[in-house]
Design a protein around this ligand. Structure first.
Ligand code: SF4
Ligand code: SF4
Length: 450
């Protein structure tokens, strides 16, 4: 994109009708109101709720109008728009998101006006005063909900995408926002039933387990049981049957944001071999750090602090800072418009690492390819948010059994020839389908796969 194009507001040739313009104008007014509320101008509480109404209502109006034509994937102008092709507005969005995360994490008091604006809602839902995490949860859930509507409209010809999107919206809004609020209303621990160790790394750490178990009533004990059972039993069993998609593309809140709000940026993932190599190191290193850290904390607890002493607190803070704040938030979400949507899932998530290992070596999931039909257009590779060069496999008629694949199904959806199919089948023959070039070369002792 040349510098002149990068300063245009839309992709070349894009025209909006009056309804789309009205929707976009409402979003613009809403954003201005939100900034005014953030700055604490007069009537900032009213301005905050007007901004929520205008941004979300305007966006919905725009989406319903934009996707009203015949069903089918439309990614018109995605590589030319300054909003989605690393143009000036992509950078502006990236910097704005990143600045938001920096303020949220490291500037005490910066969210005070937004917190005050949500006091009433927090009292109703949680029976307690709002805080900055309540505001964040509200923004996050609204983003997933509204952009989830967009995803359903855009991919309404695909049953897989409709159900998958409904699922992530349900888990984010229900399990990630409403249920934790109701638990607090009932004076129970704030608990997220859709997050498990090692993603929610501290759920199986001794101090948290002790805290939850000592809460009055049986619910605390159930929470610990639930977290341990999901991490140790349900995760491997479900991944064996369905691959990591059951979690990464159907349940997880990080995946929910990526699949809805991040849909326009999935093509920005780095497809290079260098990125694949870095991914294998970084994501497994994260898993090793969490696993070793968790084991050491339990040994330390058993020895009454004799192993780590006060270092256990430092470890918790270090991990929470590097992985929870910097990687998952500032880089993982802030840089959506520049680096694509799954930066955290791909390079830093320990849950993705463990799911990926099971998916790669002991799962029925694979994407089968009908190589003879492939015209090498490259759509599948382009829209793979995990940076997998799907075409490389399709051209060879080879099944895709990659640890990082989150089973979003987008490669199959954008393929114009119906080459790709997400399947759960027997373990045997996953790596190369009978009759493929790979098998032929293996039989001739020219190639040795696995
Ligand atoms: S290979 Fe296909 S299903 Fe897997 S992450 Fe990439 S686009 Fe999604
Ligand atoms: S999108 Fe389909 S036809 Fe195009 S390269 Fe991928 S598998 Fe081949």
């Amino acid at each position: 994109m040349n510098p002149t194009e990068s300063l245009q507001l839309t992709a070349p040739g894009t025209e909006f009708d009056s309804v789309q313009k009205a929707g976009l104008a409402a979003v613009g007014i809403g954003v201005a109101c939100l900034f005014a509320a953030f700055a604490g101008t007069a009537n900032f509480v009213a301005l905050f709720w007007i901004s929520m109404l205008a941004i979300n209502g305007g966006a919905l109006l725009y989406f319903f109008r934009t996707f009203r034509g015949p069903a089918g994937v439309r990614n018109d102008g995605v590589t030319q728009s300054p909003w989605t092709a690393r143009g000036a507005f992509s950078w502006m969005l990236g910097i704005t998101f990143t600045a938001f995360y920096c303020l949220l994490y490291w500037v005490p008091g910066s969210m005070d006006n937004l917190v005050t604006a949500t006091e009433g809602f927090s009292e109703v839902l949680r029976g307690r005063a709002a805080d900055k995490w309540f505001v964040y949860g509200l923004f996050y859930s609204l983003a997933v909900g509204v952009m989830g509507v967009r995803a359903i409209l855009k991919y309404r010809h695909s049953r897989y995408h409709i159900i998958r999107t409904l699922s992530v919206v349900f888990f984010q809004v229900g399990f990630g926002f409403i249920i934790p609020g109701i638990l607090q209303l009932l004076n129970e621990p704030e608990f997220y039933f859709h997050y498990f160790w090692p993603l929610k790394f501290d759920y199986l750490w001794p101090n948290n387990v002790n805290y939850i178990m000592t809460q009055p009533g049986a619910l605390g004990t159930f929470m610990v049981f639930w977290g341990a059972m999901m991490a140790v039993i349900a995760t491997p069993v479900l991944t064996y049957f369905y691959g990591k998609r059951w979690y990464c593309s159907w349940v997880c809140g990080c995946g929910a944001l990526a699949e809805t709000a991040g849909d326009s940026y999935r093509h920005l993932s780095d497809k290079s071999l260098k990125a694949w190599k870095f991914e294998r190191w970084s994501v497994h290193l994260a898993l090793v750090i969490v696993t070793v850290g968790t084991a050491m904390l339990w040994i330390n607890s058993y020895l009454l602090g004799g192993l780590l002493g006060s270092f256990s607190n430092n470890f918790a803070q270090f991990y929470g800072f590097v992985f929870g704040l910097v990687w998952a938030g500032v880089i993982g979400v802030g840089f959506y418009p520049i680096m694509g949507t799954r930066v955290w899932c791909r390079f830093g998530c320990p849950m993705a690492a463990i799911l990926g290992l099971i998916q790669r070596y002991y799962s029925r999931f694979r994407i089968t390819t009908n190589g003879g039909q492939c015209i090498s257009c490259g759509n599948c590779s382009k829209y793979c948010e995990m940076g997998i060069d799907v075409r490389w496999y399709a051209q060879r008629g080879q099944s895709i059994v990659r640890a990082s694949c989150v089973g979003c199904g987008m490669c199959a959806t954008v393929c114009p020839r119906g080459v790709l199919k997400l399947e759960n089948g027997p373990l045997e023959g996953r790596f190369a389908e009978p009759g493929s070039i790979v098998v032929a070369l293996e039989e001739l002792d020219i190639l040795d796969v696995e």
